[in-house]
Design a protein around this ligand. Structure first.
Ligand code: 3HC
Length: 311
């Protein structure tokens, strides 16, 4: 008898055969990918707002140009990912509605305010650094369109992280005020960056299944640990510290031990009670309304072109 559809599907996954849009897939595989990819796309788009705040305030034309390029990259990442999600049968309008009505999640990290220029460095170095740690394994995710989108995204992410680190390096060699600004930004962005990897594995409802379907290649805690190990070394180049008194190298584990993460804060931010949740959604809804005329004009132009073709 033909192996049940699920068994054949799992065999393809086990043999690292990419799943493509037209292939049979368990409804739950489709659904969890729509969930993850659409929320990833929302994260890219909402993620433009914190940095966008500093484009007009950048300290030099060079910094302004770099920041503008980075924010534009994030918009493109969002569009790749919305397109990848659409291949699973959800419409762009439906995804946008889910974001605007608060139904869809986006990365908690973007609900924190950007209070100084040094935040642009901390975001590039820590937030994009964490995103890279999470996105490189996603280049090998089992769903073809998501994997290919990630390969393109990752090509741009390393520039994002390096320009962030360079901002902090310059500040760390500057005046006392600049050094203090650098340390303050690291202190505010460190713990929220660790939360980007998701809840602990034993509190993660999706990880087990996502690992079995090779949507995820590593668990939340595995990627978080790798990130801590790397940053704990890089921070030494800045002559700064991480705001974690429990951070210390564990020779036996060959990893850094680190302090407890405030998961209450994490779940509060996910519930919409972070410092900037309302502000971020208001900005997205306003942008959508302000851009309505562009969508209407493009639609009218398209209809006119079709009408002219049919004359
Ligand atoms: N922010 C918001 N929600 C989060 C979260 C976070 N940091 N971490 C977890 N969650 C949510 C999950 O979405 C899930 O809720 P849902 O079922 O309603 O979607 C719930 O918390 C439980 O978490 P799980 O660990 O069970 O969920 P996942 O298996 O989906 O793991 C994840 C969470 C690691 C974020 C995974 O979804 C993932 O890898 N997503 C793709 C990467 C991504 O979204 N990165 C965002 C980074 S920002 C970015 O990329 C922009 C960069 O260019 C700066």
């Amino acid at each position: 008898a033909i192996a049940p559809l699920e068994a054949r599907f799992q065999e393809k996954i086990d043999r690292d055969i990419k799943i493509e849009p037209k292939d049979w897939m368990p409804p739950a595989y489709r659904q969890t990918l729509i969930r993850q990819i659409s929320q990833h796309a929302h994260s890219e788009i909402v993620g433009m707002l914190p940095e966008g705040n500093w484009i007009t305030r950048a300290p030099s034309l060079k910094r302004k140009a770099i920041l503008m390029a980075k924010v534009q990259d994030e918009a493109g990442h969002g569009l790749y990912l919305y397109s990848a999600a659409e291949t699973l049968g959800i419409s762009r309008d439906e995804m946008i509605t889910q974001l605007h009505t608060g139904k869809a999640k986006y990365s908690s990290i973007f609900n924190y305010p950007t209070l100084s220029w040094a935040d642009m460095g901390a975001i590039g170095w820590l937030v994009d650094g964490a995103a890279i740690m999470n996105q490189v394994p996603l280049c090998r995710t089992s769903y073809g369109p998501y994997s290919r989108a990630m390969i393109r995204v990752c090509k741009e992410e390393s520039f994002h992280q390096r320009q962030g680190f360079e901002i902090l390096l310059v500040l760390s060699k500057g005046t006392d005020a600049q050094k203090a600004m650098c340390q303050d930004a690291i202190n505010r962005w460190w713990w929220p960056s660790l939360m980007m990897f998701g809840p602990p594995d034993d509190e993660s409802p999706n990880t087990k299944q996502s690992m079995q379907w090779k949507i995820k290649r590593f668990t939340n805690d595995e990627l978080r640990q790798r990130f801590v190990d790397i940053i704990a070394e890089q921070i030494k180049l800045l002559g700064m510290t991480l705001p974690d008194p429990d951070l210390r190298w564990n020779e036996e584990r060959q990893h850094y031990d680190f302090g407890a993460i405030n998961w209450d804060e994490f779940w509060q931010v996910l519930k919409g009670n972070g410092p900037c949740n309302q502000q971020r959604l208001d900005a997205r809804r306003k942008t959508w309304d302000d851009g309505a005329w562009v969508r209407e004009a493009a639609k009218a132009y398209g209809e006119k072109k079709v009408a002219n073709m049919n004359v």
